[in-house]
Design a protein around this ligand. Structure first.
Ligand SMILES: [Zn+2]
Length: 291
C-alpha cells in the first residue's frame, strides 16, 4: 500500500536515533538499573559528536528519541543535538521495556516521565518510541486521549516483526485516532520479515541487499524509516557477557553501520519524524490502523 499517490517522500528517509549508551540493553540486569550505569564507561558524548558531524555533512535532520535519565546526566549533549536542528523525542525514563511493567510503572516510564521531561527541559516533544519497541496497538489506544492532551502527535513503536512486535502491524504510516503511527522499514525476503532498517539487519545483512531493499521499499511506498543507535557507530565500545541471541543483535556487523548510514545520507534527504508528520497531517491518504 502506498501512503501517497505522488512521490514526495520517495527521495527521503525518516531518520531516527534511539539515543542511548552501549550498555542500555533492555531488561538485561543489571544494565537496566540507572544506579549501575556509572560502573560502565560512558561513550554517549563522543558517539553523539561523531553522529552529529556526519549528519551535518549531509544537511540531514533526525529524530533523537532520548532516555530521560540519560538526558538528565548529559543535558549539554541533548542541547547540542537540539541546537543542531534535530528533533528531541521520548524513549522512556530509564529504558525498561514498557509492556512488561504494571500500569503505575509503565506510566512512570512513559507518560509521567515524559511530562516531567518537558516541564524540566522546556523541549516540546511531539512523539515517542518505546524501548525495544515494547508497546502494543491496544496500549496506545487505551492511552490515546491522554497522549493527545499532552500534545503528542505520533508514535514510532509498533514494529511489524514477530520477535519484538507483531507481523500484522502495518509497514507504512497509519493513523491511530489523532496519533500518527510511523513504523521502521521491514521487508519480506522469501516470506520472512527482514529488519533491513534497524538492528542486526541494517548492520549485518549483505550490504548490496540492504541498499537494494531500502531503495526498493522507498520507491514502492513513498516512505522509508531507518533506526540507529549512537553506539552502533562505535565498534570498539565495551562488550558485555550476554546470551548468544542478544549478543548477536547488539554486536553483529557494528563495523558496517557508519558506512551504510553515510551511503543512505548520500542517497536520501534525511528528515525527522515531526517533519514527516507536518507534511502528512492533512493528508487523507493515511488509513486508520484497524488491528
Ligand atoms: Zn532503546
Amino acid at each position: 500500500m502506498s501512503v501517497r499517490s505522488d512521490n514526495q517522500h520517495n527521495g527521503k528517509v525518516v531518520l531516527t536515533i534511539d539515543w542511548e549508551d552501549w550498555f542500555h540493553i533492555c531488561d538485561v540486569e543489571p544494565f537496566a538499573d540507572p544506579d549501575k550505569w556509572d560502573q560502565f564507561e560512558s561513550r554517549i558524548e563522543r558517539n553523539t559528536q561523531r553522529l552529529l558531524e556526519l549528519l551535518k555533512r549531509y544537511d540531514a535532520r533526525a529524530t533523537f528519541f532520548v532516555i530521560g535519565e540519560l538526558a538528565r546526566r548529559f543535558p549539554h549533549v541533548v542541547k547540542q543535538v537540539a541546537e543542531a536542528g534535530h528533533e528531541i523525542a521520548w524513549h522512556g525514563e530509564t529504558h525498561h521495556t514498557w509492556k512488561t511493567l504494571d500500569e503505575p510503572n509503565m506510566r512512570r516510564e512513559w507518560i509521567v516521565g515524559l511530562t516531567s521531561f518537558m516541564q524540566e527541559t522546556g523541549y516540546r516533544v511531539h512523539g515517542f518510541r518505546a524501548p525495544m519497541w515494547s508497546l502494543t496497538a491496544d496500549l496506545l489506544r487505551s492511552h490515546h486521549d491522554e497522549l493527545v492532551d499532552l500534545g503528542l502527535r505520533y508514535d514510532s513503536s509498533l514494529v511489524p516483526l514477530a520477535v519484538v512486535g507483531n507481523p500484522a502491524y502495518p509497514r507504512t504510516p497509519t493513523r491511530i485516532g489523532s496519533l500518527m503511527e510511523l513504523p521502521p522499514t521491514i521487508v519480506s525476503f522469501f516470506g520472512i520479515a527482514a529488519p533491513i532498517s534497524m538492528s542486526w539487519g541494517f548492520r549485518w545483512l549483505p550490504g548490496w541487499y540492504v541498499r537494494w531493499q531500502l531503495q526498493r521499499f522507498a520507491r514502492h511506498n513513498n516512505y522509508l524509516m531507518v533506526a540507529i543507535h549512537p553506539w552502533e557507530l562505535d565498534p570498539d565500545h565495551g562488550k558485555l557477557d550476554l546470551s548468544r541471541g542478544v549478543r548477536f543483535t547488539h554486536y553483529a556487523g557494528l563495523k558496517n553501520t557508519y558506512g551504510r548510514l553515510e551511503w543512505l545520507l548520500q542517497k536520501k534527504q534525511a528528515i525527522s519524524c515531526v517533519d514527516y508528520v507536518n507534511t502528512m497531517e492533512k493528508s487523507h491518504d493515511l488509513l486508520e490502523f484497524g488491528l
